[in-house]
Design a binder for this molecule. Structure first.
Ligand code: NAD
Length: 458
């Protein structure tokens, strides 16, 4: 069947199933999430193997950033779903009395979830948990660039759910475009800002709401009062995890000029310690997803500014953790998101100049700040806008289910993780209900003399 008709049939089946109303039941939703939890636990080894095959993900990274995130999210959602779905009582103003006011949640309907390749299991399943928890049906489109994980997610889901409730469509651009041409009730997309625009355009056709989880250049500011050893270790970890292919990785470092040189040396020492002085042979270092991204990254290496690393092996899609110092705001590497293990380090004299630069740029997905100075922490967090971040740490905001996750401006819109995901994929219905035994005459004509009374009540 040609793509368009195939996708149309999938969506129609899901819409029919959704309209039958089964997914409105909280018990039904919890049962499905429990099935998913059990399946993820059983498939743990297969998940780790697929991530190894696609990205050479070390078991520790694959477990902590994918499997564990998914099972934690599932357990938390299962535990709290009854409370989240309960109607919420709110006060009713005097002029509307007698009445009761309540907020009900309701699923949107049929939801499309498009995922990228860098955390290919986690970013398929964590939005899916929220989509199903909110009572929707779902179609998941994993990234074709991580083929082993795409296959695995498809097998996992098809073994668990009937396709009219939840299914996976594998494929690339053509399949995604055929999916985007359908009428959805919600679209969740995680990927680049460029494709995010395509998704937003397709969604606008039917005024479909979207969750856009995009990327950008996330800065890491290091002030001169910081503990350099600790900062270096935390930056090196956040940057070189998954070979730099993390949406919230510190894209570049801007360090106060008095400490920048020492910081660079210390990051170099951390890289040696992490990967036993040879990342190529280390079992703890990932690979670049494909040759296109490998070539893109190699073309960004500013040879005369490389002070650490710089080796690359195309056959193995290996790029050594690399530090580029002293990078400049106008360098090519400082224009677009790097999304690889190249770390430009820039220097600054006065923090205000850095803030001006950042205010001029697109809003990033994350911002990291290393300083002990509380006033400075307040100033940066209060003056700049970004999706989320950390002080004296990197990446940690991603792993806290109590923190809504998402971007701002070109780094995205909307939030998920924990309760915020349930809220995103649910609509709310505001309902007032009145008794019929009494019916005060205040709202009805004739209005003569009633304005005064209204003023007194409001
Ligand atoms: P991408 O935008 O190239 O692809 C994402 C998805 O879109 C894939 O499923 C792909 O099949 C589909 N796609 C690609 N081209 C398309 C087209 N022309 N029309 C329709 N669909 C198309 O992103 P990627 O390379 O997979 O991932 C890297 C990007 O994702 C980075 O920018 C990164 O920052 C971002 N990202 C963001 C988050 C987040 O949570 N905010 C998480 C991970 C990755």
């Amino acid at each position: 069947m040609p793509n368009h008709s195939r996708m149309k049939a999938i969506v129609q089946k899901q819409r029919d199933f959704f309209n039958q109303g089964q997914t409105r039941s909280t018990v039904y939703r919890i049962d499905q999430l429990k099935k998913l939890l059990a399946a993820v636990k059983v498939s743990e080894d297969a998940i780790l193997a697929a991530l190894k095959a696609d990205l050479n993900k070390p078991v520790f990274e694959a477990y902590s950033t994918e499997v564990m995130q998914i099972t934690t999210e599932l357990k938390y959602t299962i535990r709290h779903l009854k409370k989240w779905t309960r109607e919420k009582k709110v006060p009713t103003p005097l002029e509307l009395q007698p009445a009761r006011s309540r907020i009900h949640t309701h699923p949107y309907g049929v939801v499309l979830n498009i995922a990228p390749w860098n955390y290919p299991v986690q970013i398929c399943l964590i939005p899916l948990i929220a989509i199903l928890a909110a009572g929707n049906c779902a179609v998941v489109k994993p990234s074709e660039l991580a083929p082993q994980t795409s296959r695995l997610v498809a097998t996992l889901i098809s073994g668990l759910f009937p396709p009219e409730y939840c299914t996976v469509v594998e494929g690339g651009v053509e399949e995604t475009q055929a999916l985007l041409a359908q009428r959805w009730n919600y679209i969740a997309f995680t990927g680049s800002p460029a494709i995010g625009r395509i998704v937003a355009r397709a969604a606008a056709e039917n005024l479909t709401p979207t969750l856009l989880e995009l990327g950008g250049k996330s800065p890491c500011i290091v002030h001169d009062d910081t503990n350099i050893q600790v900062a270096a270790r935390r930056i090196a970890w956040g940057k070189f995890l998954n070979a730099g292919q993390t949406c919230t990785a510190p894209d570049f470092v801007v360090a106060q000029s008095r400490i920048a040189g020492r910081l660079v040396d210390e990051i170099g020492r951390c890289i040696n310690a992490f990967y036993d002085a040879d990342a190529l042979k280390s079992p703890d270092y990932g690979r670049i997803i494909n040759h296109r991204h490998f070539d893109r990254l190699v073309s960004l290496m500013e040879l005369d500014k490389i002070v650490y690393g710089g080796h690359a092996d195309r056959d193995q899609r290996y790029i050594e953790p690399t530090i580029i110092y002293k990078a400049d705001w106008d360098d090519e590497i400082m224009q677009d998101e790097i999304f690889g293990p190249l770390l430009p380090v820039l220097e600054y004299e006065k923090l205000d100049t850095v803030m001006d630069r950042l205010l001029d740029r697109e809003r990033p997905l994350a911002l990291y700040l290393f300083t002990e100075n509380r006033a400075l922490q307040r100033k940066i967090v209060g003056s700049l806008n970004f999706g989320g971040g950390a002080i004296n740490a990197t990446l940690l905001q991603n792993g806290n289910k109590w923190l809504p996750f998402g971007g701002v401006g070109t780094s995205g819109m909307g939030r998920y993780h924990g309760k915020s995901g349930f809220d995103t994929f649910s609509t709310t219905k505001s309902m007032v209900s009145k008794p019929t035994c009494i019916d005060p005459s205040l709202p009805y004509p004739p209005y003569k003399g009633k304005v005064k009374l209204l003023k007194r009540l409001s």
